[in-house]
Design a protein around this ligand. Structure first.
Ligand SMILES: C[S@@+](CC[C@H](N)C(=O)[O-])C[C@H]1O[C@@H](n2cnc3c(N)ncnc32)[C@H](O)[C@@H]1O
Length: 169
């Protein structure tokens, strides 16, 4: 939280890095959010995440930021069963879609956090907790006026928190 405008004792709300798209959620996606999220989801908490406990094992770990409907996350998790994948997304239909695919594929190496990836990077993850960070098409239609809330711009969290050795896609 930053200082508010001069003369105001109200703290200014932090700039959010995303705009929640609308979009219809299907009944199956709603069911997945209700029934599968408790199994495959991790809560956002403003403290370091214990990934060993979350996955129940210690393996290479990959974070995908803004996985959309999860197509890439699902495919990678299927192809690399010895790697654990953490997906962070804010769009409920996409999260529901991904949960359904986890269930259909019988995958056990994915965990999802339904929260702003900027806050997850800042509060829950440390650079040495991850082996790879994936970020595909984060902002296909960039607008100059959105520069300050883009997670990937020079001051953005992804840049601040990714060590140079981390491959980003
Ligand atoms: C253009 S889509 C790309 C989706 C996917 N990566 C792909 O390649 O198909 C960008 C996605 O990033 C998600 N997103 C944007 N900002 C985010 C943030 N701060 N935290 C989590 N997800 C975010 C959006 O909800 C959206 O699903």
């Amino acid at each position: 939280m930053t200082e508010g405008p001069p003369g105001s004792d109200r703290p200014r709300q932090p700039i959010r890095s995303y705009v929640l798209r609308g979009g219809r959620i299907t009944r199956a996606q709603r069911r997945a959010l209700d029934e599968l999220m408790p199994q495959w989801g991790l809560p956002f908490t403003p403290g370091p995440l214990d990934l060993d406990a979350a996955f129940g094992r210690y393996r290479p770990r990959v974070l995908e930021i803004g996985y959309g409907d999860g197509a890439t996350l699902i495919e990678f998790a299927r192809m690399r069963p010895d790697t654990d994948f953490l997906g962070v997304e804010v769009h409920p239909p996409g999260i529901g879609h991904c949960l359904l695919a986890i269930e259909a594929g019988g995958l056990t190496n994915i965990r999802l956090i339904a929260h702003d990836a900027v806050e997850v990077l800042e509060k829950q993850l440390t650079a040495d907790s991850l082996d790879e960070v994936l970020l595909y098409f984060p902002d296909p239609w960039p607008k100059k006026r959105h520069h300050t809330r883009n997670a990937t711009t020079s001051g953005g969290s992804c840049n601040r928190h990714s060590p140079p050795s981390l491959p980003t896609a």
